[in-house]
Design a protein. Sequence first.
Lengths: 421, 253
Amino acid sequence: MIRKSIKSRRARETRLKIYGITSICFALIMLATLLISIGLNGYSALQQAYFKVDISVNMDKLVDESGTINKNKMNLFNWDGLVKSTLREFFPEVKERDEKKELFAIISANAGYDLKEIVKKKALGSGSHTLSVWLHLSDDADQYLKGRLSIDIPEEDRRINNKQIAWVNSLVERDIAKLKFNKTFFTSADSREPESAGILGSVVGSALTLFVTVMFALPLAVMASIYLEYFAKPGRITDFIEVNVNNLAAVPSIVFGLLGLSVFLSTFGLPRSAPLVGGLVLGLMTLPTIVIASRASIRSIPPSIREAALGLGASKMQAAMHHVLPLAAPGILTGTIIGMAQALGETAPLLMIGMVAFIIDIPTTFTSSATAMPVQIYMWSDSAERAFYERSSLAILFLVAFLISMNLLAVMLRKKFEKKW
Amino acid sequence: MMSIKFRTKNVEVSYGDKKAIRDISLNIKKNTITALIGPSGCGKSTFLRCLNRMNDVIENCSIKGSVLLDEQDIYGPDIDPVELRARVGMVFQKANPFPKSIFDNIAYGPRIHGLASSDNELKDIVHNSLEKAGLIDEVKDRLNDQATGLSGGQQQRICIARAIAVSPEVILMDEPCSALDPIATAKIEELMNEISETYTIIIVTHSMQQAARVSKKTAFFHLGDLIEYNDTDKIFTQPDNEKTQDYITGRFG
């Protein structure tokens, strides 16, 4: 009798185990599929098509008497013309105006500007200099070289025509154009031209925003949890607070954006699109998450530790600060990181406070205009240029990497603070 | 010197609607060991925790009657429980050293009360406390080790040393040996005997042998009432009350 039931009990156990393994496998496969598909779309953005130009610049026209570069003169100089005339030297047969226009379309519209920046950085002295610089090809030429633009479709539907393809190919044959590591992507902010667009602006924006979020939410949440756990007298008011903290965690994030818009921007007049405001809004959003995690963590500290401190004549405050809080820190930290991860991936509230802006400068202060990584991804995925598509995929990978490194940091901090007894 | 340290009058403690102890009036003598015995749930721990206002921490716990420490009402308006607990130390049932070094455990009380004006003075206090607790030889070479890595008995003696470090007048002990083996228990009892000349000790215990061994006075609690309070010898040889007789002879509890 018993033996029979044991058999069926064992079978049930095995079945349950199989269910568990299956669901874990399913989740892992889904995750892998997601990451691989994003990776396949995004890896090509690590490279960018460049072309090499040998240019001679007469710095005498661009420097002051003292020999330093004059900004005004630099801005007035026709860099575009210089780049274009150099390019035309490769294709002397191009004479007509329309044809010239087509030729210039294979190089980046920002090539002249980029050349100016390179010259500025080199801080050349007076005299004539010959430079060999690599400049961006246009995004269409770039996509063609990466094989992402199909040449099977009719010419008139293509973003790059046969003549342009021939020019690009001829540049490649002459070893003047090639795919190189896309440094621009990691060192610059957004741009209308995909080849000049980078992620750094939004990474810095996200970092500044998250810094404000932590600085704002963590102290508030910890103080609130300690108060609720140790000082608040049980009663209607405490219950009311507790219910509301839990409710707050379930409020859609865009509502916090509206709050930020009406309170921080309209009432307090804080600057639009600023990491300061973004951080405050995301801080409010993550506050309940951290409060809930902190309270759970504080509650899990054995009361005997607190009693020991109180029994020695420590005040409630001292017992909490000296003993409970350090022991609860790993749990609080975990909650904070979860909250931060949530905040890092959040787009909706940032839309409301104007962080969904086209910003070409890397933000430097908490009040300068900025975007955040998810917003940047959102904007790129919305752009028509195909080259933005691979860039948004790479940016997603970057966001995931950012998240993973945050989690790693959390694990390391937790290990460091964790005390055994 | 047999003056009174604690004088309680009609103390009644209730948790919400439930009365835990009723009408407890008893005088505890200075520099003696007083044992509180009785079956589980009889209110002896509750009474003990009234003496340093540890019940304040518990929600919806209310106290009536008066508790006088050196003839001063400790529930009076001008008494701060923090100051009171520095005068009336406590050792708990389960050894609860802080998860810090041995040194920091002992030094915590003196640090928060500002008892030491220099590092050397603090070291002296720690050293003396460990010496009084009879631990110094065992731990003097590893004061920076985690206190939680010690054995159960050692941990409990760390807790006693920690209480002593604040130089209290009274030490309350809530079943300090209930989780310890007989050898560790014997050490703690020995320690209690040694320090009873300078401290008033009130101990809650489940072990009648322990009460008989260490205490001068014993109070027997039953279902929230104080049944009998007398010299320990008297209680254990010829108690006045029948219930006491039944309890100490093991007929119930």
